[in-house]
Each structure stands twice: as C-alpha cells, then as structure tokens.
Design a protein around this ligand. Sequence first.
Ligand SMILES: [Zn+2]
Length: 287
Amino acid sequence: MKLSNLRLNFLIAALMAVLSATTAQSWAPIRQQVPGRTAANLSLTATAFIQYGDPYSDYRNARYSNAGLLNERNEVKLGAQLHREVTKKFSLTDAGLDRVDRIGQRCARASLRPNLAYKFHVIQSREINGFSLPGGHIYITTALLKMANDNELASVLAHEVGHVVARHSLKTLKQSQEYDDIAKSLGELTGVAGDLGRDLGVALGQMVGAGLLTIHTRDEEREADFLGVRAMPAAGFDQQGMVTMFQKLLRIEAQNSDLLGSLFSDHPDAQERIENTKYEIARMKRR
Ligand SMILES: [Zn+2]
C-alpha cells in the first residue's frame, strides 16, 4: 500500500523530530548533555551514585518486552530497512566478522533477549566505535576490533545487545506523536522493495546520514552497561574486559583523540562508567 505524499511527509518529519529530540551517543562515552539538565546536575547525580549507592538501582527489577512498543515483527522490519541504509553509508567488511559473530552470538544468548536473530556486522573505519539498531543489528568498526582483546570486544558487544534488550531505539520512536503512523507503515510493509519501502528508505536514510541512529540518553547508556556487564560471565567472558576497554579508551583519548572521532570528548563519563562497572563486578562476586 502506498502512502499519500502528505502522510509520507508526516512520517519523515516525525522520524527526524524523534531523532532531534534525543541526545547522547552509542557505545563510546557520551559527549552531549541531556536537554533540561545542567552539567552541574549531571555531575552531582553521578557523584551521588558513586558515593552513596547503587548506580544501577533503576534497572535491577526491569522486565523487558515489546509491550506498548513496535511489535517484534515490525521491529525486525525496521531493522532491515535501517541496515540497508547503513550499507549505503558505511563500508562493511568480512575482516574480523567471524570473531565478532562468534563472540557476539555468545553475548546475545546470555542476554535477557536470547531468542532474537542477532546480526553482527563489521564497518571498515579508523574511528573506534560500535552501535546497534532495532531488530538486533550490531555494528563494530575495524579500528575497535584491532584494539580490543576478546573480553574487551565482548564487553562492547554485550553493551550493544543491552540496547536491543532494553528496546532503547523503540522507546525513542514511541515518543513521536506520529508513532502510530510509523507503526502502521511498517505493518503494511511486506518487503524492502516498492514505493513504501523506498519512501521509508528515504526517511531512514536521512537518519543514517545525520549520524543520529545510535542516539541514546545517558540513562540508557548506563542501562546498557548494566545489562552488558551482567551478561558477560554467562557468555563465558571476563567482566574485567569492560573495565580495561574503558581504560584503553581513556588512554587513546589522551594520546590520539581524533581516533575516537565525534563520539568521545573530555567528558568525565568514561571514569564514571569504570567505577560503575567495578561496583557491579564486586556486587556479583559477593552474591
Ligand atoms: Zn551504548
């Protein structure tokens, strides 16, 4: 079924609005601030977490499902559409793909969403990064692969799986006033070909082009860290890999920050994430 031009414009505007409304980043430490919260607020919150309590208390009793969001079938369709746009923008490679898939599938099976068909991809890039899309598409750059041992790579992959488990991108999409139209369009979409697929592709291509696909709030990053570090032992990996990965990123930032591209800055975020990760490792050892 074909959308009217008016409705399509709505869809594009809605997708762009959703993505402009959110702020933070993919796996790499967060550069931007959440709107409505001052820097002082953020650092005060972070300090309070570290000094006084459990940084992950919001997530311990969380239950995850697609209820109230795009259903899984449409989520997978959205992911397929987005992946097609990613392949236009980035250069995908088989180099290191076996390793990423082997480690990534173990992390996925150990996650709280083990039954989705996860697809791991490697992007040829000198920028160190990883990101995920709805429907279980997870991307890692060749530069990240080179600098990470298996436990460190597992920490990144388990974190990205965590975003998929917690349906972070779907929750962002749900904030749109045009969410119902988007869901309906995906529901009507029977393949990637055809007018609707092409039109949706234009909207999603703009999202990829703007680099806004992997945007998450600071709280969502914390939640993905939590889900990731907790899945690592069951996947057969050493949780210290998450700590040493963050430490490596801090060192690279100090030495050659352009390798971290736009996804890293002098925000003290990585140090906080190291402390949070150590907290969780110690807590899991006690229990
Ligand atoms: Zn992330």
